[in-house]
Design a protein around this ligand. Structure first.
Ligand SMILES: NC(=O)c1ccc[n+]([C@@H]2O[C@H](COP(=O)([O-])OP(=O)(O)OC[C@H]3O[C@@H](n4cnc5c(N)ncnc54)[C@H](OP(=O)(O)O)[C@@H]3O)[C@@H](O)[C@H]2O)c1
Length: 265
């Protein structure tokens, strides 16, 4: 890896928001560690970014819902002598339907990927970032991708919404704990975004989607800007911001009922 460039590790870089974040980091002269299961997509992206920006990429094609994946990532980056300056915990998925009828294995994989892997990677990469911030006066940055789902319960995607509430709360607490350490934590909360997400979640007919989706590039740019500004939380899109604020002053039962209406087909 080129010594004078910083490195960003991005999970879920093969599609959607993660792919757009990879393009932005490459544009900003970062080298990359690209992580997802689709090795071919990652190779294609790495070659595109090498041609357009001279980006060096390490590709780690792995299933991040496997419990050993975070330790594997740390091992591979250490062996390659890569200092991760920016950790982007973006990989995640949802599953549409009633909880009682859901596939239990898929539910648990969701929690493993969206919650446990994100926490594990953060805990593994944070100490070195803090050390470098102390000794070399370098800054470390962590971007956790939650969702506007984080702001209320979500019937019909109950586990997914709950995982994103965890991501938001963890990120805000860590941002507070790390204040003054040279490492910042930013939580990106997108609303509906046009990616593979809804098809994969079997959730393409929701009322919510009829209100329109943002494009992944705009969401990624919002996340990048907030990350660089060291903001603890960014909600992408004014309408999404407004909705997230409105739930704060409404009765929780009503908020949950409206969330269900928006999830219904
Ligand atoms: N799209 C939306 O409306 C929306 C709204 C709010 C928040 N978000 C959040 O934004 C993040 C990115 O989602 P997206 O919308 O860009 O969805 P996407 O297009 O489905 O992309 C998801 C990414 O995560 C990777 N991924 C999924 N499962 C994985 C696993 N087990 N191991 C490794 N990588 C895995 C996928 O790569 P492989 O399949 O190649 O592994 C892909 O690169 C997620 O955390 C999602 O919850 C999305």
């Amino acid at each position: 890896m080129t010594a004078d460039r910083k490195t960003a590790l991005i999970t879920g870089a093969s599609f959607g928001i993660g792919l757009e974040l990879a393009r932005i980091f490459a544009r900003e002269d970062y080298n990359l560690v690209l992580v997802a299961r689709s090795a071919d997509k990652l190779r294609q992206l790495a070659s595109e970014l090498e041609k357009s920006h001279g980006t060096r990429s390490l590709i780690l094609a792995t299933d991040l819902s496997e419990p050993g994946a975070p330790a594997y990532l740390l091992d591979q980056t250490t062996r390659a002598d890569i200092q991760v300056d920016v950790l982007v915990n973006n990989a995640g998925f949802g599953q549409y339907g009633l909880f009682a009828e859901s596939d239990l294995e898929e539910c648990l994989r969701q929690i493993q990927l969206n919650v446990t892997t994100l926490t594990h990677l953060t805990r593994l990469y944070l100490p070195a970032m803090m050390d470098r911030a102390k000794t070399e006066r370098k800054s470390g940055r962590i971007l956790n991708v939650a969702s506007t789902a984080a702001f209320q319960p979500g019937p019909l995607m109950a586990v997914y919404f709950a995982t994103k509430a965890y991501v938001l709360h963890l990120s805000e607490a860590l941002a507070n704990e790390l204040n003054g350490s040279g490492v910042t934590v930013t939580c990106l909360c997108p609303g509906a975004t046009a990616t593979e997400f809804h098809k994969r979640a079997n959730a393409t007919g929701q009322r919510l989607l009829k209100l329109g989706s943002m494009d992944a590039r705009t969401v990624a740019e919002d996340g990048y800007r907030a990350l660089m500004a060291g903001k603890p939380v960014v909600i992408s899109g004014f309408r999404n911001w407004l909705v997230a604020q409105s739930v704060r002053f409404s009765p929780r039962g009503l908020v949950t009922a409206i969330a269900r209406k928006m999830q219904e087909e």
